[in-house]
Design a protein around this ligand. Structure first.
Ligand SMILES: Nc1ncnc2c1ncn2[C@@H]1O[C@H](COP(=O)(O)OP(=O)(O)OP(=O)(O)O)[C@@H](O)[C@H]1O
Ligand SMILES: [Mg+2]
Length: 352
């Protein structure tokens, strides 16, 4: 990528200290040494199962959480201390539940008006109304006038999420961080919402982070994919490369669980992991597995995977993975059979 990133996480780690009932405490290693660069006009998808650290990463990028280690950079400048209002305007976070993000006792007009006032205090009331209509139409709520006086509960889920996006745009952001922005919406409108995100990055040059469980929806909309597992980034690169030729066994599992691009947004968490029993439990983040965190579930795991964390291997064209198979000359095995077949083979070997 030739242009400089707008927003970056550089080697960020987030540990949460949780206290037990009897005054004991434990550390949840939610995100470990994660890095991502967001560029104007591009969409990066972060994919991973529940608890893999996606939201924690987004909250660090939005500066709702301070990283335990590592840094966040906006326009190349490391940010620290109390986040400024300007930062929160530049970097907007959109949540899963549009109901939760809109003030239910206020009409759409008021919800947008507040953001517009924050953006530009000198704007007159008439100007703000004109801008509100424009923003609504920007997110395909047309005619915008018809939506100004609605309350959030009078809108469909998709319309509500569009209002949330319009409000995010009202403050003139450079970056939108979408934390599973379509997962609570009807399947029938998910594609439209992805098309809207796609339009915003093309027409407004926004840098987007798109968080999802569903690698099929990532395939539909993004440029680059990053796969997270148990708090760590295990693979990343251009979407087509990562999805066509996964270089990490976990990515392979995700892709095979969601093979059909036409099923965008329809894959549930349970469906993704319907072989959960064979796969075993997701790891504890309080005492994560030694070595590669995926090794207890990995059909290709070797001795080394149990004790040493794999280094990042570049596999070409900006595509990389953290997996020992690459260092041991066994990477071809990832592509040779399905994940399920490899898992069955492993279990047979264990029994033999
Ligand atoms: N404030 C917190 N205090 C303690 N632990 C937390 C906190 N926030 C998140 N965690 C833990 O950190 C880990 C990562 O959580 P996170 O919400 O980032 O995952 P996620 O990938 O967004 O999951 P989901 O797909 O379910 O939204 C989980 O084990 C979670 O329980
Ligand atoms: Mg989350």
């Amino acid at each position: 990528m030739s242009t400089a990133p707008v927003l970056s996480a550089v080697d960020v780690t987030k540990h949460f200290v949780v206290r037990g009932a009897v005054g004991d405490s434990a550390v949840v290693r939610a995100v470990e040494n994660a890095s991502v660069d967001l560029h104007a006009g591009r969409i990066v998808a972060v994919v991973g199962e529940s608890g893999s650290g996606k939201t924690t990463l987004a909250r660090m990028l939005a500066r709702f959480y301070d990283p335990t280690a590592g840094e966040i950079r906006l326009d190349g400048v490391s940010v620290s201390g109390r986040p400024t209002r300007a930062y929160h305007q530049d970097v907007q976070l959109i949540f899963q539940d549009p109901f939760g993000s809109l003030n239910p006792v206020h009409r759409v007009r008021h919800n947008l008006d507040r953001a517009l006032r924050i953006h530009d205090r000198r704007m007159s009331a008439a100007e703000r109304r004109r801008r509100a209509v424009e923003l609504l139409e920007r997110v395909s709520l047309t005619p915008g006038e018809d939506f100004l006086d609605k309350f959030p509960h009078e809108l469909s889920g998709g319309q509500r999420q569009r209002v949330v996006i319009a409000r995010a745009l009202a403050v003139g952001p450079k970056v939108l961080l979408g934390d599973e922005p379509i997962s609570m919406l009807d399947v029938s409108i998910r594609l439209e919402m992805l098309n809207l995100l796609d339009r915003l990055r093309r027409e407004d040059g926004l840098a987007l982070l798109y968080i999802t469980h569903d690698i099929a929806s990532a395939r539909y909309v993004c440029d680059d994919v990053i796969v997270m597992y148990a708090g760590e980034m295990v693979e990343g690169g251009p979407k087509d490369e990562v999805i066509a030729r996964p270089a990490h066994p976990y990515t392979k599992l995700l892709v095979e669980s969601s093979p059909d691009p036409d099923r965008v947004g329809t894959v549930s968490r349970d469906e993704l992991f319907d072989d959960a029993e064979a796969l075993g439990e997701p790891p504890s983040l309080i005492e994560p597995p030694e070595g590669c965190r995926f090794h207890p579930r990995c059909p290709f795991a070797m001795e080394r995977c149990r004790s040493e964390a794999p280094p990042r291997t570049d596999v070409g064209g900006g595509h990389w993975a953290r997996c020992w198979l690459h260092q041991e000359g066994r990477a071809h095995e990832i592509g040779e059979s399905t994940f399920a077949a490899a898992l069955t083979r492993r279990d047979e070997q264990v029994r033999a």
